[in-house]
Design a protein around this ligand. Sequence first.
Ligand SMILES: [Zn+2]
Length: 301
Amino acid sequence: MAQDLMRGFMFNDMDIRGVHISLNESVQALLKKHDYPVAVSSILSQLFIASALLSANLKLQGRLSVQVRGDGPLEYAMAECRVEQPGTLEPLSLKGLARHAEQVDDNLDLHALVGKGQLVITIEPDEGQRYQGIVALDRETLAECLEGYFYQSEQLPTHLQLEMGDEQAAGFMVQRLPAGVSDEAQADEDWELVHALVATLTSQELLELPAEQVLHRLFHEYDVQAFAQRPVRYQCDCSRERSAHAIVALGQAEVDDVLEELDRLIIDCQFCNTQYTFDKVDCHMLFNPNSSTSSGQGTLH
Ligand SMILES: [Zn+2]
């Protein structure tokens, strides 16, 4: 089985760069956590691919999420990519989640699914300012809406393709950069040419061919430099420690109320369905970290 990989590339004599991504196990892991309707799986997978494609250009360590929300049967869907050590080959970690109405027809398109909706892109560096961009979901496909986002927010003409097969998912993005090696007129011409070439890439080719073959098929007449492949994986970043923080944030009064009724507090990770259980002793320790408990029986694990 093919690995889950992302490969960036650039043209040496044109102000254009791109990214190819091919996913298999990670997208399967995402979809098997929940029993999503077909149409919801499709949009969620596209968001999943998109979050990785958009993260390819991140210069900061942190997370990038792509979110769709609206008033249709798909209430909410999001995918998030966590980038450790940008510029290295450290794996990218992806996760995602969707909320939807009970009944969702299989063949709904983006607009029937989301209704009147928005696409929200959030970049959260570990250190520094959070950034959020919002565009209306007013084009036919998610890929076209993302192209609109790049044009609106960064004035970067972008071509994006997101494909979901039976098991495989794949994405492809090329982006025009501000003029550097060419003058404006030449850059316009280069972009038109590359754009016309990438428009010939079929969904089957993108799903089935490895990155090198896609690049060769499209750009063998051009001077293209491909970078090393970066692994991509499904990984939720929930933990017992983060759940403990969430309990402390609730406040002792509220936690005591719950414990009175239920004897224990269970934190569910909505992404991966992992459950973290905290009994009375655990909670007591959280709010009184320096005290020893009278029972002495509690464990934090
Ligand atoms: Zn989780």
